[in-house]
Ligand binder design. Structure first.
Ligand code: CUA
Length: 348
């Protein structure tokens, strides 16, 4: 019993019950609900099969055990039974069909992206399309209709089908938002497409906030390749798009009176954009919304010290990422750059 209790406790700990916003068991969208249904269906069938098999097993153990010492009597032997053979062939076939039909149905439903290309009379896309590019170890989200790009933060309207073009710029990654759906590989050579729908409510974090993860082993920092998802109603989403567009032309000036801006322009601007207007394909994450984020590098607590520590030695936190260490910067410069970054906001 002690062992059973220990195993049970371990299971609960390892299942990460504190991170409800990362749970497939609390689906927050149509696709997540479909996948949850499949999970429950297959698990129930498995439990049912195990219950029947173990019941028969233990009945056989008990009924045909040697009753007393010296009792060498052999029970009646049964050889060949068409009835039994038919039953134990038919039941598994039936169970496989029960699992296969909905699985195939939902798989094809998810792959139905014909509406991705649909346009209204004026030629505007009818549905939101997001181009996702996975990189070592961060995510870029491009909104081609709006001409804006974000990194590490996916913002979506609630209750609508959002269509995704998934691609990778280096190795194979996989796009997964546990509470909402996925996972689907991001490849270098070909584009994978599917759609997801997002509920407003999420369990655990603040409402409408989910987290996504990379679900394909891609290198030493695979487990740290997280991104944030914000689901908001249409009006808020449109306001967000407008605010993102206002960053057009934003850049850091090396001659600025703001020491942080000047230092950023000298050391960081070569790779990091601070305007959200653009297309995908940047070599480093866009920092236009850095001040709005709630994590540094996708997983560290969002504060000044972590920002400074990250700039000084990114490899310490996310081994194998593409950013070089900026440990040659003075403490004053690092301090000023962190202040500058934490001030880069598009939301109120
Ligand atoms: Cu990217 Cu794992």
């Amino acid at each position: 019993w002690r062992l059973v209790m220990l195993l049970a406790a371990l299971t609960i700990i390892l299942s990460g019950c504190g991170e409800e916003y990362l749970s497939t068991l609390l689906p927050a969208g149509e696709v997540g609900q479909d996948q949850f249904f499949l999970l429950i269906l297959t698990t129930s069938i498995m439990v049912l099969v195990m219950a029947v098999v173990f019941t028969i097993y233990f009945i056989a153990l008990a009924k045909f055990r040697r009753s007393k010492l010296g009792d060498n009597h052999i029970p009646k032997q049964v050889e060949g039974s068409h009835k039994l053979e038919f039953i134990w062939t038919a039941i598994p076939i039936l169970l496989v069909i029960i699992m296969a039909v909905p699985t195939v149905y939902y798989t094809y439903k998810l792959g139905d992206v014909a509406a991705m290309e649909a346009t209204d009379e004026e030629g505007n896309p009818e549905n939101l399309v997001v181009n996702v590019t996975a990189k070592l170890y961060w995510w870029e989200f491009e909104y081609p209709e709006h001409g804006i790009v974000t990194s590490q933060e996916l913002v979506v309207p609630t209750g609508e089908k959002v269509y995704f073009n998934l691609i990778s710029s280096d190795v194979k990654h996989s796009f997964w938002i546990p509470a909402v759906g996925g996972k689907l590989d991001t490849n270098v050579e070909n584009v994978n497409k599917f759609y997801l729908t997002f509920d407003k409510e999420s369990k655990g974090l603040e409402d409408g906030v989910f987290y996504g993860k990379c679900a394909e082993l891609c290198g030493p920092s695979h487990a740290l390749m997280d991104f944030k998802v914000k689901s908001m109603n249409r009006e808020d989403f449109d306001n967000w798009v407008a605010a993102m567009k206002e960053t057009e032309g934003a850049t850091a000036d090396a001659n600025s009176a703001d020491a942080g801006e000047a230092a950023f322009a000298n050391s960081c601007l070569a790779c990091h954009a601070v305007s959200a207007v653009g297309t995908s394909g940047a070599s480093a994450p866009n920092l236009a919304t850095f001040g709005d984020r709630n994590r540094v590098a996708g997983f560290l607590e969002h504060d000044k010290q972590n920002t400074i520590d990250w700039i000084k030695d990114p490899q310490k936190y996310k081994p194998g990422n593409m950013m070089p260490a900026f440990d040659s910067l003075s403490d004053e410069d690092l301090d000023a750059i962190a202040d500058y970054l934490l001030d880069l906001k598009v939301e109120e």
